[in-house]
Design a protein around this ligand. Structure first.
Ligand SMILES: [Zn+2]
Length: 313
């Protein structure tokens, strides 16, 4: 990373080394249920005071930056993100793109537009900003696959994301994948000549098998365990994830792992009894330390890797 590397936040570019303790995959304003037949699991995040208190709780525990990987399909709110960043002092990096097939809005006509047209739309937003407000995305994503394979429409989005990455240099992720879809997604990105060291695969808990994860890592990408807190109370499962993380670190992959909560549903907020944006600093990171992961590996995963993913090396 050059000393002058910057990342784009909702308040404008900042030096990459100011990102600090970062949550690389969250949703601050998000409406998973914005169409009836899609997700119906909860109310939308719609209260600025609540979100300010959730985000501030992370800052009070040493947090500096949150990547909001919401996209227009699932309720991204650029102006509100900017206001929230001003209010809390937390850096917010905004995503862009299209989420996954069940969320594509009919008016986006993803299945009918050429890839080049979709890529052009992304590049325009990345360079000029979203809507009329000029708020610029700092990362492409969250994009992904609905099922355990990549649908034709999702393939178009991936290729458009790849071409926008090549033109603008923005990182690509977090690839939403349930297990076996991820290798197929990576093949499409490789075909498009993406710099794979700027790609992050999300939800690696969804297929927690060492050989599978090593196969992803061989392709030079970052992998995210980004559902921390969502399996609270599932002791055995959490133990298995911690063992996997430790094993990957022992094999030399600390510089390829990222951790986050993927907060996106009402019940995950602290105000509703969830763990919010603080499960990592309060519970998960101390548990990693207790289980023998050293502090420098934790620093690498929570500070260095999100910065290197976004800003390049
Ligand atoms: Zn997400």
């Amino acid at each position: 990373m050059g000393a002058d590397a910057t990342v784009m936040t909702v308040l404008g570019p900042i030096p990459a080394d100011r990102l600090g303790f970062t949550l690389p995959h969250e949703h601050i304003y998000c409406r998973l249920q914005q169409a009836d037949y899609r997700y119906t699991g909860g109310d939308q995040f719609d209260d600025d005071d609540v979100m300010a208190s959730e985000v501030s709780a992370f800052a009070e525990r040493g947090g500096a930056t949150i990547f909001d990987l919401s996209v227009p399909d699932n309720g991204r709110s650029p102006e509100r993100l900017r206001a929230l960043s001003e209010r809390t002092g937390v850096h917010i990096v905004m995503g862009c793109g299209w989420y996954r097939e069940n969320y594509y809005l009919p008016e986006e006509r993803i299945d009918r537009r050429p890839v080049g047209d979709l890529a052009e739309e992304l590049v325009r937003e990345i360079t000029e900003g979203a809507g009329g407000a000029g708020i610029r995305p700092g990362v492409i994503g969250e994009i992904g696959a609905e099922k355990t394979w990549v649908s034709p429409a999702e393939e178009r989005v991936l290729r458009a994301a790849a071409r926008a990455h090549r033109e603008t240099g923005l990182a690509v992720g977090a690839l939403h994948a349930v297990g076996p879809a991820a290798p197929e997604q990576l093949t499409i990105l490789e075909e498009e000549d993406v710099d794979m060291s700027r790609v992050a695969v999300a939800h690696c808990e969804s297929y927690p098998h060492l050989r599978y994860l090593l196969g992803l890592l061989e392709r030079d990408v970052y992998i995210m365990f980004d559902n921390c807190g969502q399996y609270r109370g599932m002791g055995e499962f959490e133990d298995r994830i911690i063992d996997l993380i430790r094993e990957l670190i022992d094999r030399g992959f600390a510089d390829r792992l990222m951790l986050s909560h993927d907060v996106c549903k009402f019940g995950q907020l602290r105000i509703h009894g969830g763990t919010g944006f603080v499960y990592l600093p309060e519970t998960f990171l101390p548990a990693l330390l207790e289980r023998g992961v050293d502090a420098s590996a934790i620093e690498t995963m929570t500070h260095d890797n999100p910065r290197r993913w976004l800003a390049g090396i």
